[in-house]
Design a protein around this ligand. Structure first.
Ligand code: NAD
Ligand code: TYD
Length: 340
């Protein structure tokens, strides 16, 4: 594999994935196609700007003419599609960009890749397509798709589209579904980086509902290793689940973060629950272990401490994001809840 197209490479997971590829495979050439939405940050890959194996292209995966021209002027061996609108709360406020990017964008990429006979396509998906678990059980790759948020419905739609191309056109795609990621470069609207940043500024930590919802947390590098294994060793047409074997209630994580930061629990503020809030996600990743030789390596305690340290060491990165456009969104999302 010499030349790969990564979409959404200026976001959290995509930028970690590109860094992983360029450091693991010195001869690889990576093209990063990203629209630079509010979540795309060129700074995430600043150190690679002049790297000979890295090319950034600003563009929209839903723009078929643009995408086709990019495919025609390159010789990609593989496409890894990270580009997406990714935040559940935003999808509740306005689902239209989710439908457009996550579904139409996937269709445009699939058609472009098909017309150029690309040998491998990886759709980076989420465990949220499976819906919500009760207190027991785990998602496997055969769990029925039952999304509950506009975000997860748009990701599930994209997965079904990919599946249809596999079945109808013998298209060489793989779908990966991962649990909640944490680690460096995560946009501070998601639980962990939002709470680290708020706590540092002695601002409230808004916990939805009672804080008893459970997520399975995986370090972003373990997810990147999983996608890499699927890309290179996965079987066409297969779905692979990745998880961190680290189930935690939101309130438990919040208390852990406060204790790492040395901040008081009085910062915790219970706010109105997220509509349709999925109770619990938990992943069975034995298929990836058996077939790809992959398993998560980062222990949650160590990974969380390292992540907190990364945010403490990179205040300018956080401050630049937390000013400007992000703050407008922040007010819309939390203004009423924190004042009620
Ligand atoms: P992110 O929001 O941090 O980054 C998304 C990136 O996609 C940004 O750089 C943005 O500019 C780009 N983008 C958005 N719309 C685009 C468009 N139309 N054309 C080109 N680029 C566009 O997201 P993330 O957390 O890094 O997630 C990456 C992928 O992984 C997503 O597909 C998401 O569904 C999936 N995923 C995320 C998690 C998680 O915990 N964050 C877990 C499982 C799966
Ligand atoms: P989030 O990071 O948005 O990921 P997802 O919704 O994709 O799982 O949220 C993780 C959990 O934290 C989820 O149960 C919702 C909860 N949450 C809060 O309680 N408060 C917040 O401010 C945010 C952003 C999330």
């Amino acid at each position: 594999m010499k030349q790969i197209l990564v979409t959404g490479g200026c976001g959290f997971i995509g930028s970690n994935f590109i860094r992983y590829q360029l450091s693991e495979y010195p001869d690889i050439s990576v093209t990063n196609l990203d629209k630079l939405t509010y979540a795309g940050n060129l700074e995430n890959l600043k150190e690679y700007e002049s790297h000979s194996g890295y090319t950034f292209v600003k563009g929209d995966i839903t723009d078929a003419d643009f995408v086709n021209a990019l495919f025609n002027s390159n010789d990609f061996d593989a496409v890894i599609n990270f580009a997406a609108e990714s935040h559940v709360d935003r999808s509740i406020l306005d689902s239209s960009p989710f439908i457009h990017t996550n579904i139409v964008g996937t269709q445009v990429l699939l058609d472009a890749a098909r017309s150029r006979n690309i040998g491998r396509y990886v759709q980076v998906s989420t465990d949220e397509v499976y819906g919500s678990l009760g207190p027991e059980g785990l998602f496997t790759e055969t769990t029925p798709i039952a999304p509950n948020s506009p975000y997860s419905a748009s990701k599930a739609s994209a997965d079904l589209l990919v599946r249809s191309y596999i079945k109808t056109f013998d298209f060489p795609a793989i779908i990966t579904r991962c649990s909640n990621n944490y680690g460096p470069y995560q946009f501070p609207e998601k639980l962990i980086p939002l709470f680290i940043s708020n706590a540092q500024e002695d601002k409230s930590l808004p916990i939805y509902g009672e804080g008893t919802n459970v997520r399975d947390w995986i370090h972003v590098i373990d997810h990147c290793r999983g996608i890499d294994a699927a890309l290179r060793k996965g079987e066409t047409g297969q779905v692979y689940n990745f998880g961190g074997n680290a189930e935690m209630q939101n309130i438990e994580i919040t208390r852990l973060l406060l204790s790492i930061l040395g901040k008081p629990e009085s910062l915790i503020k219970y706010v109105t629950d997220r509509p349709g809030h999925d109770l619990r996600y938990a992943i069975d990743c034995s298929k990836a272990e058996a077939e790809l030789g992959w398993k998560p390596e980062t222990k949650f305690d160590t990974g969380l401490k390292d992540t907190v340290q990364w945010y403490l060491d990179n205040p300018e990165w956080v401050n630049r994001i937390r000013s400007g456009q992000y703050m407008k969104y922040y007010d819309q999302q939390y203004g009423n809840r924190l004042n009620s």
